[in-house]
Design a protein around this ligand. Sequence first.
Ligand code: DX5
Ligand code: ZN
Length: 219
Amino acid sequence: KNPVLVAPSLLAANFLELGKDVEMVNRSEADWFHLDVMDGRFVPNISYGLPVISQIKKLAKKPLDVHLMIEEPEKYAEAFKKAGADSLTVHVEACVHLHRNIQQIKNLGMRAGVALNPHTPVVMLENIIQDIDIVLVMSVNPGFGGQTFIEQTYNKIRQVKQLIADTGSTALIQVDGGVELSNAAQLIKTGANVLVSGSAIFASPDPEATIHLLKISGK
Ligand code: DX5
Ligand code: ZN
């Protein structure tokens, strides 16, 4: 069986007491911190950026998984490395020179991820799948936390899984958006390796327990 990783998205954290939420994730069974960076151009929202991530890095005891929802991500890859990113995921829709951008991320010593918007076909990964560490399948349109999971995502995961099998790629399949206890088991069964979850964790009465339940939901 594939290991299941849980990556809480701090977009849903309490920014006034961010340190407490970082410590909660440290204590929990979560595997990565998922950090959503939005530029107000690629997506219709603005989140947080480099200074906040450098501060999180000082406290975090687990890898920082940075999801860039920004145009021209190549301009900032080095800065995110310096801020403490362990993996950097860029959107295929935002990269004209995706292959070059992926090489840049790997040369900087980070795991490289590629994200697909819900409408973007899996075939877009065909010529990059062997070079990447993470495929991020968006299960909502990126830009906001707390949106409804798009059911079509299951098909998408099956297609990515097939592409990975056909090419011998070692990429992990990450699912992001509307992931919660009610769909986690089905996602894992379909082929997801990394569950990103924001509101389902941070809006729950006991976030640490919810992380535990997500972590064991495939068993
Ligand atoms: C959406 C972000 C997600 C978001 C997930 O654009 O990429 O990571 O924080 O939040 P939930 O789990 O609330 O859908
Ligand atoms: Zn994300």
